[in-house]
Write a protein that binds this ligand. Structure first.
Ligand SMILES: [Zn+2]
Length: 223
Protein backbone atom coordinates (compact mmCIF):
# COMPACT_ATOMS: atom_id res chain seq x y z
CA UNK A 1 0.00 0.00 0.00
CA UNK A 2 1.41 3.35 -1.09
CA UNK A 3 1.46 5.77 1.84
CA UNK A 4 1.46 8.84 -0.37
CA UNK A 5 -1.69 10.81 -1.01
CA UNK A 6 -3.65 10.49 -4.23
CA UNK A 7 -6.37 12.53 -5.99
CA UNK A 8 -8.91 10.87 -8.28
CA UNK A 9 -10.48 13.04 -10.99
CA UNK A 10 -14.04 12.01 -10.34
CA UNK A 11 -17.34 12.42 -12.19
CA UNK A 12 -19.48 9.74 -10.55
CA UNK A 13 -19.54 7.75 -13.80
CA UNK A 14 -18.50 4.16 -14.47
CA UNK A 15 -14.91 4.96 -15.47
CA UNK A 16 -13.94 7.33 -12.72
CA UNK A 17 -15.68 5.22 -10.05
CA UNK A 18 -13.67 2.21 -11.23
CA UNK A 19 -10.59 4.44 -10.94
CA UNK A 20 -11.63 5.31 -7.40
CA UNK A 21 -11.79 1.61 -6.45
CA UNK A 22 -8.39 1.18 -8.11
CA UNK A 23 -6.92 4.05 -6.09
CA UNK A 24 -8.42 2.84 -2.80
CA UNK A 25 -6.59 -0.48 -3.27
CA UNK A 26 -3.27 1.23 -3.82
CA UNK A 27 -3.14 4.39 -1.77
CA UNK A 28 -3.59 4.87 1.92
CA UNK A 29 -4.99 8.36 1.46
CA UNK A 30 -7.40 9.12 -1.37
CA UNK A 31 -9.33 12.28 -2.21
CA UNK A 32 -11.61 13.08 -5.14
CA UNK A 33 -12.12 16.19 -7.24
CA UNK A 34 -15.10 16.94 -9.49
CA UNK A 35 -15.16 19.78 -11.99
CA UNK A 36 -18.35 21.77 -12.17
CA UNK A 37 -18.73 23.19 -15.66
CA UNK A 38 -22.51 23.47 -15.52
CA UNK A 39 -23.06 19.91 -16.69
CA UNK A 40 -26.41 19.49 -18.32
CA UNK A 41 -27.25 17.13 -15.52
CA UNK A 42 -26.65 18.63 -12.13
CA UNK A 43 -27.18 15.08 -10.83
CA UNK A 44 -23.63 14.32 -11.92
CA UNK A 45 -22.24 16.46 -9.11
CA UNK A 46 -24.72 15.01 -6.59
CA UNK A 47 -23.91 11.44 -7.57
CA UNK A 48 -20.17 12.15 -7.30
CA UNK A 49 -20.70 13.68 -3.88
CA UNK A 50 -22.77 10.73 -2.69
CA UNK A 51 -20.37 8.06 -3.93
CA UNK A 52 -17.40 9.83 -2.37
CA UNK A 53 -19.26 9.98 0.95
CA UNK A 54 -20.27 6.31 0.76
CA UNK A 55 -16.73 5.21 -0.03
CA UNK A 56 -15.39 7.45 2.72
CA UNK A 57 -13.21 9.80 0.68
CA UNK A 58 -13.00 13.56 0.75
CA UNK A 59 -14.66 15.27 -2.19
CA UNK A 60 -13.91 18.72 -3.59
CA UNK A 61 -15.93 20.43 -6.33
CA UNK A 62 -13.94 22.96 -8.37
CA UNK A 63 -15.87 25.59 -10.27
CA UNK A 64 -14.87 25.44 -13.93
CA UNK A 65 -17.84 27.33 -15.31
CA UNK A 66 -15.41 29.71 -17.00
CA UNK A 67 -15.02 27.02 -19.68
CA UNK A 68 -18.45 27.94 -20.95
CA UNK A 69 -17.08 31.30 -22.06
CA UNK A 70 -14.87 29.48 -24.56
CA UNK A 71 -17.33 26.82 -25.63
CA UNK A 72 -19.65 26.87 -28.59
CA UNK A 73 -22.84 26.31 -26.68
CA UNK A 74 -25.18 23.59 -27.93
CA UNK A 75 -27.86 24.90 -25.63
CA UNK A 76 -28.02 28.32 -27.25
CA UNK A 77 -26.83 27.61 -30.79
CA UNK A 78 -29.11 25.40 -32.81
CA UNK A 79 -26.48 24.66 -35.44
CA UNK A 80 -24.54 22.59 -32.90
CA UNK A 81 -26.01 19.23 -31.99
CA UNK A 82 -26.18 18.35 -28.33
CA UNK A 83 -23.85 15.39 -28.18
CA UNK A 84 -22.29 14.37 -24.94
CA UNK A 85 -19.00 12.60 -24.79
CA UNK A 86 -18.68 9.31 -23.00
CA UNK A 87 -17.82 9.27 -19.30
CA UNK A 88 -14.77 11.51 -19.19
CA UNK A 89 -15.26 12.54 -22.80
CA UNK A 90 -16.25 15.87 -24.26
CA UNK A 91 -19.79 17.02 -24.86
CA UNK A 92 -20.26 19.27 -27.87
CA UNK A 93 -20.71 22.22 -25.53
CA UNK A 94 -17.10 22.16 -24.47
CA UNK A 95 -13.76 23.40 -25.57
CA UNK A 96 -10.96 21.28 -26.94
CA UNK A 97 -8.21 20.77 -24.40
CA UNK A 98 -10.58 20.08 -21.54
CA UNK A 99 -8.40 17.33 -20.10
CA UNK A 100 -5.38 19.59 -20.36
CA UNK A 101 -7.18 22.06 -18.11
CA UNK A 102 -8.75 19.55 -15.73
CA UNK A 103 -5.56 17.54 -15.19
CA UNK A 104 -3.62 20.76 -14.64
CA UNK A 105 -6.08 21.96 -12.01
CA UNK A 106 -6.16 18.54 -10.32
CA UNK A 107 -2.37 18.60 -10.15
CA UNK A 108 -2.28 22.15 -8.76
CA UNK A 109 -4.74 20.93 -6.12
CA UNK A 110 -2.32 18.04 -5.54
CA UNK A 111 0.42 20.57 -4.88
CA UNK A 112 -1.75 22.36 -2.31
CA UNK A 113 -2.79 19.25 -0.39
CA UNK A 114 0.51 17.44 -0.83
CA UNK A 115 -0.86 14.67 -3.07
CA UNK A 116 1.77 13.39 -5.46
CA UNK A 117 -0.50 11.04 -7.39
CA UNK A 118 -3.30 12.00 -9.77
CA UNK A 119 -5.64 9.32 -11.17
CA UNK A 120 -7.77 9.88 -14.27
CA UNK A 121 -10.09 7.58 -16.24
CA UNK A 122 -9.07 8.85 -19.67
CA UNK A 123 -8.82 6.11 -22.22
CA UNK A 124 -7.28 5.82 -25.65
CA UNK A 125 -9.15 2.64 -26.59
CA UNK A 126 -12.53 4.18 -27.28
CA UNK A 127 -10.77 7.37 -28.30
CA UNK A 128 -13.48 9.88 -29.02
CA UNK A 129 -11.45 12.19 -31.20
CA UNK A 130 -9.96 14.31 -28.46
CA UNK A 131 -6.19 14.25 -28.56
CA UNK A 132 -5.88 15.08 -24.88
CA UNK A 133 -7.21 11.62 -23.98
CA UNK A 134 -4.15 10.01 -25.52
CA UNK A 135 -1.38 8.36 -23.58
CA UNK A 136 1.33 10.45 -25.26
CA UNK A 137 -0.47 13.62 -24.27
CA UNK A 138 -0.91 12.60 -20.63
CA UNK A 139 2.77 11.60 -20.36
CA UNK A 140 3.82 14.88 -21.95
CA UNK A 141 1.59 16.92 -19.64
CA UNK A 142 2.96 15.02 -16.65
CA UNK A 143 6.48 16.17 -17.54
CA UNK A 144 5.32 19.75 -18.11
CA UNK A 145 3.45 19.90 -14.80
CA UNK A 146 6.47 18.56 -12.96
CA UNK A 147 8.68 21.20 -14.57
CA UNK A 148 6.16 23.95 -13.87
CA UNK A 149 6.02 23.23 -10.13
CA UNK A 150 9.40 21.57 -9.64
CA UNK A 151 7.70 18.47 -8.24
CA UNK A 152 7.44 14.78 -9.03
CA UNK A 153 3.77 14.16 -9.67
CA UNK A 154 2.64 10.90 -11.23
CA UNK A 155 -0.49 10.89 -13.38
CA UNK A 156 -2.02 7.40 -13.38
CA UNK A 157 -4.35 6.22 -16.17
CA UNK A 158 -5.53 2.72 -15.19
CA UNK A 159 -8.10 2.55 -18.00
CA UNK A 160 -5.88 3.86 -20.81
CA UNK A 161 -5.70 0.59 -22.77
CA UNK A 162 -8.93 -1.07 -21.64
CA UNK A 163 -12.12 -1.38 -23.66
CA UNK A 164 -15.51 -1.08 -21.94
CA UNK A 165 -15.77 -4.81 -21.19
CA UNK A 166 -12.29 -4.81 -19.66
CA UNK A 167 -13.21 -1.80 -17.52
CA UNK A 168 -16.11 -3.86 -16.07
CA UNK A 169 -13.67 -6.71 -15.51
CA UNK A 170 -11.34 -4.39 -13.63
CA UNK A 171 -14.21 -3.16 -11.43
CA UNK A 172 -15.03 -6.81 -10.70
CA UNK A 173 -11.42 -7.65 -9.80
CA UNK A 174 -11.42 -4.69 -7.44
CA UNK A 175 -14.63 -5.85 -5.75
CA UNK A 176 -16.58 -2.89 -7.11
CA UNK A 177 -18.65 -4.50 -9.86
CA UNK A 178 -22.10 -4.35 -8.23
CA UNK A 179 -21.40 -0.95 -6.78
CA UNK A 180 -20.37 0.53 -10.15
CA UNK A 181 -23.30 -1.17 -11.85
CA UNK A 182 -25.90 0.18 -9.45
CA UNK A 183 -24.61 3.52 -8.19
CA UNK A 184 -22.82 5.29 -11.01
CA UNK A 185 -24.30 7.71 -13.52
CA UNK A 186 -23.33 7.44 -17.18
CA UNK A 187 -26.72 8.10 -18.80
CA UNK A 188 -27.26 11.41 -20.66
CA UNK A 189 -30.80 11.45 -19.33
CA UNK A 190 -29.61 11.40 -15.76
CA UNK A 191 -30.80 7.88 -14.87
CA UNK A 192 -28.44 6.05 -12.54
CA UNK A 193 -27.27 2.47 -12.80
CA UNK A 194 -28.35 0.79 -16.02
CA UNK A 195 -29.76 4.16 -17.13
CA UNK A 196 -32.49 4.98 -19.66
CA UNK A 197 -31.20 2.29 -22.02
CA UNK A 198 -31.76 4.54 -25.04
CA UNK A 199 -29.06 7.19 -25.14
CA UNK A 200 -25.62 6.53 -26.72
CA UNK A 201 -23.91 6.47 -23.31
CA UNK A 202 -26.31 3.81 -22.04
CA UNK A 203 -25.87 1.75 -25.19
CA UNK A 204 -22.09 1.87 -24.97
CA UNK A 205 -22.17 0.98 -21.29
CA UNK A 206 -24.65 -1.85 -21.89
CA UNK A 207 -22.61 -3.32 -24.76
CA UNK A 208 -19.48 -3.40 -22.61
CA UNK A 209 -21.35 -4.91 -19.69
CA UNK A 210 -22.92 -7.57 -21.90
CA UNK A 211 -19.55 -8.49 -23.41
CA UNK A 212 -18.02 -8.79 -19.96
CA UNK A 213 -20.91 -10.85 -18.52
CA UNK A 214 -20.66 -13.27 -21.45
CA UNK A 215 -16.93 -13.61 -20.93
CA UNK A 216 -17.45 -14.22 -17.21
CA UNK A 217 -20.01 -16.93 -17.96
CA UNK A 218 -17.57 -18.68 -20.32
CA UNK A 219 -14.81 -18.58 -17.73
CA UNK A 220 -17.14 -20.03 -15.08
CA UNK A 221 -18.38 -22.73 -17.44
CA UNK A 222 -14.76 -23.78 -18.05
CA UNK A 223 -14.01 -24.19 -14.35
ZN1 LIG B 1 -29.35 6.83 -21.00
Amino acid sequence: MNKEKCIVVFSGGQDSTTCLFWALRRFKEVETVTFNYNQRHAEEIEVAEEIAAELGVKHTVLDMSLLNQLAPNALTRDDIAVEDGEDGGLPSTFVPGRNLIFLSFATIMGYQIDAKHIVTGVCETDFSGYPDCRDDFVKSLNVTLNLSMDEKFVIHTPLMWLDKAETWELADELGGFDYVREKTLTCYNGVRGSGCGECPACQLRQRGLQAYLEKREEVRADV
